[in-house]
Design a protein around this ligand. Structure first.
Ligand SMILES: [Zn+2]
Length: 53
């Protein structure tokens, strides 16, 4: 049986792949903070996009 990746409890069908709304939000927050943690050294990919017009 699958376990919640956040707390390790059995997964609840209504909240898959988590065990509860709470863990779902925790995972979302982790994901969002990961996104914002990306270093500023990564340059935007659309920098030279308009050079072909
Ligand atoms: Zn959980």
């Amino acid at each position: 049986m699958a376990k919640c990746p956040i707390c390790g409890k059995p997964v609840e069908q209504a909240y898959r792949p988590f065990c509860s709304e709470r863990c779902k939000k925790i995972d979302l927050n982790r994901w969002l903070s990961d996104v914002y943690k990306i270093p500023a050294s990564v340059t935007p990919p659309d920098e030279d996009e308009n050079s072909s017009s």
